[in-house]
Design a binder for this molecule. Sequence first.
Ligand code: BES
Ligand code: MN
Ligand code: MN
Length: 454
Amino acid sequence: MSDAQKFIDANLGRFRQELYEFLRIPSISAKSEHDGDMRSAANWFRDRLQAAGLEAEVRDTPGHPVVLGRWNGAGDDAPTVLIYGHYDVQPPEPLDEWVSPPFEPTERDGRVYARGSADDKGQLYMHVKALEAHLATAGSLPINVIVLAEGEEEVGSENLVPFVKQHVDELACDYVIISDSNMFAENMPSVLFSLRGLAYLEIHVKGARSDLHSGQFGGTVVNPGNVLGKIIASLHDESGRVAVEGFYEDVLAWDEETRERIRSLPFSPDEYRRELEVDALGGEAGFDVLERLWIRPTCDVNGILCGYTGEGAKTVLPNKAMAKVSFRLVPDQTPARVAALVRAHVAKVAPSGVTIEVVELHGGRPWRTNVEGKLVDAASAALEAAFGTPAVLQGEGGSIPIVVDFEEQLGASALLVGFGLPGCNLHAPNEWFALDAFEKGIGALAGLYENLGA
Ligand code: BES
Ligand code: MN
Ligand code: MN
């Protein structure tokens, strides 16, 4: 066993307690009432980087701050690795569905339950501890390191894109490593070959000057609620394909090797269905579940606002309706092109008598990578050594908007190696992180740095 691994084993209890301090800070980026907590979380993380032996500082942006850490002692011949993660978390609501409070980390059944435990504080902190293990035992790292933790990933990373552009020299690196995703299954570590992108839109429908009596006016004015329903229904065809003209034009047909790799993974659609407590699965005809999840684009309503939804019946014609609709994108779709296509589609479907507005909220481009090469090899070997079982390659349906910008701006390849588990309730009540994955993952990351430096 390496000295770094011995150090990790001997200090795991302390690592956990430190993580729980991090998890107690309600760093919810979406809510301005938590701006102070965002600052506290950034300061806390900076202090932990310094305690591990890195230089670190909090840098302001027009939004929430970025924390930058650095260790440059490995010399010019060693590669420089940028480790990216986010210290912001999603809002915890609905609160009454949490078994233990979201910002009081609680251990149950080998898991720690807390908002941000898996997404992404737990995974981000694993890197700090892996770095500490090397620095504490060898007094040095096998690689040069930049740590970049942002506070706006969950709200679209809008200020990080310009930050990266403005600091290209300072952030120059050979590789970007990100732990903000899941393993394929319990004790099945994985490396990602793709992430989907995102185009998130609001569709607003506006009708008459005000709400109206539905008897006095019904049948003579166009109802924005009816129109919104029609627009939403027009977004898919009978086979589950997105019915927006041009939507599939930029969709890449994946190579047979990748599709074969996906099919070879141990996966039961039936178990997946049962775990979700539904009597059937949905989606695009002609593709398996994992293909639908990873390499095919989607369109989904995220929320609808319209009319009277209180107790009992109120006879009213609402004068406005709104839907939040997101599209998960795959290579080579772009958020801007998809938004333009949806705009044109909605204009075609909507009747006169209402006005329509399509507003673009955040977006992110899809990412995919070449799985042959030093980076994935180094990760696979380190994962296998730590978990005692070979790593698999998998895609991912979620999005991390900054990944493509990193690769373009810094000319570095990204490695996505995550330690959450598929059922870990990201963005939902009772988010958890497996303590076993936390422990083994720290060893895997320490080994990964070693392999990259060799
Ligand atoms: N860590 C997730 C991305 C993710 C989700 C990876 C599920 C693996 C499995 C990330 O924090 C996230 O939630 N991203 C958002 C992006 C959005 C806010 C721009 C997403 O995918 O919805
Ligand atoms: Mn995340
Ligand atoms: Mn998230």
